[in-house]
Design a protein around this ligand. Structure first.
Ligand SMILES: C[S@@+](CC[C@H](N)C(=O)[O-])C[C@H]1O[C@@H](n2cnc3c(N)ncnc32)[C@H](O)[C@@H]1O
Length: 316
């Protein structure tokens, strides 16, 4: 099936404003998607500004490559290689970076990508279709314990044990290769009385497998320190998360950057302690931002979005 192609950008104005763009600055959009944020950033940059966009998905990169804007560079890479890629581009410092995490609507709506339990397709689920194992390959080889751990940890699924057992039983009969097969196995493993209203029983399991296969949390944890390292003093880090596990990583990272060690009760501090307690390299900017009612009404996918903003400060 052809890609539906459209992605409604979440917190578009808010995220771009949070970057506090300088017309001649160098910015990174770590998650290009269909370029909603990138387009607005380019609109607001001056002729000497630059925008480097990353995406792991070749289909997203193809859209970026069609931009035809000299100030813009599209890179097919995970944002977890941020520092390495920027160095290759001879960029030592940046003025801001945006990460709009998770999957895009075109990825979800393209049945051939296998992200959606509601569309029959191959069990793929890779964001980067040029590398790594597919969901079908993983489901064929993972142990029951591993299946349970992944479904429980990344899906926060109460019935992970039952689902893992059902997958192992089903794959002994025939290989699991389609989204429909997996969705049916998961639905049958969850007791009807325990199903959440308005939620497909396979939601959490599909999400867990996607997060695990694409190493989404590990890549985020690898990228955040690199973003801060590359930011100039006053540069902004803007992250939009859609999942509590992602948001927890971002929240802790900003908190630790802003407040690396709690001040000890005894004062005055010794010289070595002063150095230790002034390692802060980030400052939180404003409060957590969530989409308003109007945005969620127009774009229900926005309902779980949480945006956090931090500014790079000088380490003293
Ligand atoms: C929510 S969409 C971004 C939408 C985009 N802001 C827009 O307005 O069109 C997330 C995108 O990030 C990409 N992505 C996810 N993890 C990534 C990673 N580690 N490195 C680079 N891109 C990633 C996905 O392929 C997807 O295209």
């Amino acid at each position: 099936m052809a890609e539906a192609g459209k992605h409604t950008t979440v917190l578009l104005q808010e995220a771009v404003e949070a970057l506090a763009l300088k017309p001649d600055g160098i910015y990174v959009d770590g998650t290009f998607g269909r370029g909603g944020h990138s387009r607005l950033i380019l609109e607001r940059l001056g002729k000497n500004g630059r925008l480097i966009a990353f995406d792991r998905d070749p289909a997203a990169c193809a859209v970026g490559r069609s931009f035809g804007d000299e100030r813009f560079c599209m890179v097919h890479s995970s944002y977890s290689r941020l520092q390495e890629v920027l160095r290759q581009l001879n960029i030592d410092q940046i003025d801001g970076v945006l990460l709009d995490l998770g999957v895009s609507s075109p990825q979800l709506e393209d049945a051939t990508r296998g992200f959606s339990f509601s569309m029959e397709g191959p069990l793929d689920m890779r964001m980067d279709t040029t590398e790594g194992q597919t969901a079908a390959q993983w489901l064929a080889s993972a142990s029951e314990v591993q299946l349970e751990e992944v479904i429980k940890e990344y899906g926060e699924e109460r019935f992970a044990k039952q689902i893992a057992r059902a997958i192992v039983k089903a794959r002994a009969r025939q290989p699991l290769v389609t989204t429909g097969q997996l969705a049916a196995i998961v639905a049958a493993a969850i007791p009807a009385r325990a199903r959440e209203p308005k939620q497909n029983p396979a939601t959490r399991t599909f999400q867990a497998i996607r997060i695990y296969l694409n190493q989404e949390l590990e890549r985020l944890s690898l990228a955040l320190p690199q973003c801060v390292e590359m930011l100039k003093t006053g540069g902004r880090l803007v992250v939009i998360s859609f999942h509590s596990l992602e948001d927890r990583i971002v929240k802790r990272f900003i908190r630790e950057g802003a407040n690396p060690d709690k001040l000890p009760k005894h004062l005055p501090l010794r010289a070595d302690e002063v150095r230790r307690f002034s390692r802060a390299n980030l400052q939180m900017v404003g409060k957590v931002v969530r989409p308003g009612v109007a945005e969620v009404e127009c774009n229900p996918r926005a309902r779980s979005a949480v945006m956090r903003v931090a500014e790079r400060i000088n380490t003293t």
